[in-house]
Design a protein around this ligand. Structure first.
Ligand code: AMP
Ligand code: MG
Length: 375
């Protein structure tokens, strides 16, 4: 620990310039600093609250899932009104933004968000709302369609591996490698196009794919890519209403696809393939979360909460500044202050923040000096 005489803010004002790119916030929120009650921090409490909220969505590894029976698409987890939900989503979006900045600064973990759903379940809207507060430079969304000729010339995980997030990044798969055990299973002609050698088609190919996917995800999590899997669970009746809406609203006509109607006819086959997928690929290292999707506002809170929770577990930190680096910064600070023109504040930032009109909250957050690496 490095202590700079008297003032946490003093440390803060210097550390803030140590970030790699511009204004980098110190990743300790007030709640993380102030202890409440019995030695539990606000952050501990928040972590617990989010964990409890998402627990009903989590598919326990090893459990056998029957989607239609085990998960209610209209579940609201005690959130009574949409209005209440809007506030919760805003909190989630704010937390995501803060965690994403820390994730990028730490540059150790990447996060892969896997989104699967039946048509109209709201994948696009969920991405748009949940990620609305996040720096676009830190996020990449990839959609996977019917595989191209080039993709079919490779092993089945190849195209997904090409799109994995880097460390510090959040990658979103809008459809994912799970299509390889969903649409490919429901429509086996897809498998015929995959040019597999005879031996690779023998036996229970789905069971083998589950194992291969589990192994791949384990490899990723062991190497710093956290896999967060969300199934957005819409009911057949709500899908019917949403398809009709696409027909009734001229501005939504473009979204309507006759193929969606054909897929709807295979509803039961998909529910079966999905149940098998959830039963076989929810693991300790990459569990599935089934998010109730009949109410879009709830779906977004649920998806956001699972992602926030994953980031809380990673708990990325801004890189610490060594004593030597800090001393170098202080030297530069002195030189810059000496360049102040006649009548100007030596350090305009410090001036403003001590007036309390700029980033007041941020300043308060750091009144307890953050962890410093020993020089
Ligand atoms: P959309 O997401 O509505 O643009 O549709 C993309 C289409 O690509 C869906 O009909 C998916 O079922 C299909 N698709 C995605 N991945 C695969 C895959 N691996 N094999 C075959 N079809 C796929
Ligand atoms: Mg579609």
């Amino acid at each position: 620990m490095l202590h700079v005489a008297g003032s946490g803010r003093f440390v803060f004002a210097r550390r803030r310039r140590a970030g790699s790119g511009g204004s980098v916030r110190i990743g300790v929120s007030r709640g993380d600093v102030y202890r409440v009650g019995t030695g539990q921090t606000m952050a501990d409490k928040r972590h617990k609250r989010v964990s409890d909220f998402i627990e009903p969505f989590r598919v326990r590894p090893g459990s056998k899932v029957t989607l239609g029976k085990d998960f209610d698409p209209a579940f609201k987890a005690g959130v009574k009104k949409k209005k209440q939900g809007v506030a919760l989503l805003a909190e989630g979006v704010r937390l995501l933004s803060e965690y994403q900045a820390r994730l990028a600064a730490q540059d150790t973990w990447g996060v892969l968000v896997v989104l699967q759903a039946m048509d109209t379940a709201g994948k696009d809207g969920t991405i748009r709302h949940v990620m609305s507060g996040v720096n676009p430079q830190g996020v990449a969304v990839h959609s996977f369609k019917v595989p191209s000729a080039e993709e079919l010339d490779h092993d089945f995980l190849w195209r997904y591996a090409q799109r994995l997030p880097a460390r510090g990044q959040i990658g979103i798969f809008n459809r994912s490698h799970y299509e390889e055990v969903l649409v490919v299973r429901v429509h086996p002609e897809n498998l015929d196009r995959q040019k597999l050698p005879q031996a690779a088609r023998k036996g229970d190919i789905w069971r083998r794919r589950y194992r291969e996917i589990n192994d791949w995800e384990r490899y990723l999590s062991d190497n710093g890519i956290r896999v967060v899997k969300l199934f957005l669970n819409v009911s057949k009746e709500e899908q019917r209403a949403r398809l009709l809406r696409r027909i009734d609203l001229p501005s939504h006509n473009w979204k309507f696809s006759a193929a969606d109607i054909a897929e709807r006819e295979r509803w039961d086959d998909y529910q079966h393939a999905l149940s098998e997928m959830l039963s076989n690929t929810s693991t300790e290292w990459a569990p599935w979360y089934v998010i109730p999707a009949d109410r879009k506002w709830f779906e977004r809170i649920g998806a956001g909460a699972v992602l926030v929770h994953a980031l809380m577990e990673i708990n990325p930190e801004y890189p610490p500044v060594s004593k030597a680096q800090l001393e170098a910064l202080l030297g530069v600070k002195e030189a810059l202050e000496a360049q102040a023109p006649e009548g100007a504040a030596a350090d305009p930032f410090e001036e403003k923040s001590s007036d309390g009109d700029v980033e007041d909250a941020e300043r308060r957050e750091t009144q307890t000096p953050p962890q410093q690496a020993a020089g």
